[in-house]
Design a protein around this ligand. Structure first.
Ligand code: LYS
Length: 457
């Protein structure tokens, strides 16, 4: 891994920015040796590089300041990885949060209040999304006074009802719209196409605005749209900017002036060397220029521009270290190499057929001589992390590192086959701190209940 790879935008490097090979041929991240990390914290292990995460936050922030001539706010899509330390780092980088559940919101509230932020600061930074928020979640959001991104009619009506005893303009909302934009990504992670489950369809726009205008309790500040995830093209966001700005104009004509425009997220990362996503700078420049151009066309002042990256902030900051276990050779066919984790700590390959890159963390510069199928340890033939991994001679006990696992690995992990979820460590300047404790067998039965009548008398 040459400097050339390491100097790219954080979303376009396979390994975290601080990755190096030590003299004795081990992978080092955040000045921590992979072997020491696995010895100390066990395996599998999620490893998160603080420097890479902070660098991507800074690149988003700085580039919006550079390219957008209005105010802007970057909000982290918590769904990529939500835990106290990740939220803490991102909060101190001055980003806000997109949360899609009471649980994600609670995590932000706890982390930010532990760091000393006031309730008002927390509320201002949180945007509560979701296509089916429960009444409890809506109440939570209203009580905290955060921004609510309203997805549908039921939610609008529920908000009006819940807010009926509140003073005027108490509930800050944005309206989520389905812009009818197709982008090239996996079917399951597209969100902006016409038959998406998310958001109001455009033909409802006028009716929705007219309804919102009449509701005293609703303080509608802007529009939101998100077209999908792991996107490499730039045109869809440009199109989206023009569509949304036209709707800002339309809303103004209907009597509702909106000051915020949330353009969503979706910038991809490179999982393999064939991937070449735009850099964070290119993405921000494209979005900023498109929104400004559209505003000039429509003769509107620049709204507060909000973007909500998740994967491109944290994806490449993380790797997962596994220990190699059994090896099965099927003569004339292929060789399986099994690791001590799999679809429970990384469900992306089985869910989206996602590709990953790997290396052997204790044999960084050894010659590639073998091709393996990397299998997980779950009771499913589909539990395959990589179908054709090119590796040096690899044996039981070697440390296999999967790159680009910072997003949607920890957050989508399960206990399938009652396998405890791995620990996570944060590395920086030679220090490694546990940020998520490894689950124990006792944790696995913690929520189980055994009714009295099942016990012997
Ligand atoms: N979980 C998805 C993935 O791993 C991304 C979901 C994005 C949701 N808007 O690619």
């Amino acid at each position: 891994y040459t400097n050339e790879i390491l100097q790219k935008s954080p979303n376009n490097c396979l390994l975290p920015l601080t990755s190096k090979t030590t003299e004795d041929d081990f992978l080092e991240i955040g000045e921590c040796n992979i072997k020491d990390l696995v010895e100390k914290f066990g395996s599998p292990l999620y490893i998160l590089d603080e420097k890479t995460l902070r660098t991507s936050c800074k690149q988003y922030r700085d580039n919006f300041k550079l390219y957008y001539k209005g105010s802007s706010q970057v909000i982290y899509a918590s769904k990529a990885w939500s835990c106290l330390s990740v939220v803490g780092i991102i909060a101190t980088e001055n980003l806000g949060f997109d949360v899609v559940s009471g649980g994600e919101f609670h995590t932000v509230q706890i982390a930010m209040s532990k760091l000393g932020y006031s309730e008002i600061e927390i509320a201002n930074r949180v945007y509560f999304h979701g296509n089916n928020k429960s009444l409890d979640e809506l109440e939570l959001a209203i009580k905290a006074n955060c921004n609510i991104v309203v997805d549908n009619w039921l939610e609008l009506q529920n908000l009006v009802e819940l807010g009926s005893c509140l003073p005027e303009k108490s509930i800050r909302i944005l309206l989520r719209l389905t812009p009818g934009i197709e982008c090239h990504t996996h079917e399951y992670i597209k969100t902006g196409h016409v038959n998406s489950k998310f958001g109001f369809n455009l033909n409802d726009f006028e009716t929705v605005i007219n309804y919102v205008i009449k509701q005293k309790v609703l303080n509608c500040r802007g529009l939101h749209s998100h077209i999908g995830s792991q996107i490499f093209e730039k045109q869809p966001h440009r199109d989206l900017a023009f569509i949304l700005v036209k709707l800002l104009k339309k809303s103004q004509e209907l009597g509702l002036t909106l000051s915020e425009l949330n353009i969503g997220g979706g910038l991809g990362i490179s999982y393999t060397s064939d991937d070449n996503p735009p850099s964070i700078e290119e993405w921000v420049k494209n979005v900023s220029e498109s929104v400004m151009e559209a505003c000039l066309d429509s003769n509107l002042s620049f709204p507060k521009l909000i973007a909500e990256p998740g994967r491109s902030l944290i994806g490449s900051a993380g790797v997962t270290a596994y220990t190699v276990g059994s090896r099965k050779e099927i003569p004339g066919l292929h060789t399986y190499l099994a690791i001590d984790g799999g679809m429970s700590d990384n469900p992306r390959p089985i869910t989206y057929q996602s590709l990953y890159s790997i290396l052997i963390g204790n044999k960084m510069s050894e010659k590639i001589t073998e091709t393996f199928i990397i299998a997980g340890k779950h009771c499913e033939s589909g539990d395959i992390i990589i179908k054709d991994a090119q590796l040096p001679q690899t044996h039981t006990g070697d440390i296999l590192v999967v790159m680009g696992t910072g997003a949607y690995n920890y957050s989508m992990a399960s206990n399938y086959n009652r396998i405890p979820r791995p620990a996570a460590v944060l590395v920086n300047h030679g220090e490694a701190n546990l940020i998520v404790r490894r689950e124990t067998y006792d944790d696995l039965v913690k929520q189980d209940c055994l009714p009295q009548r099942l016990l012997p008398n």
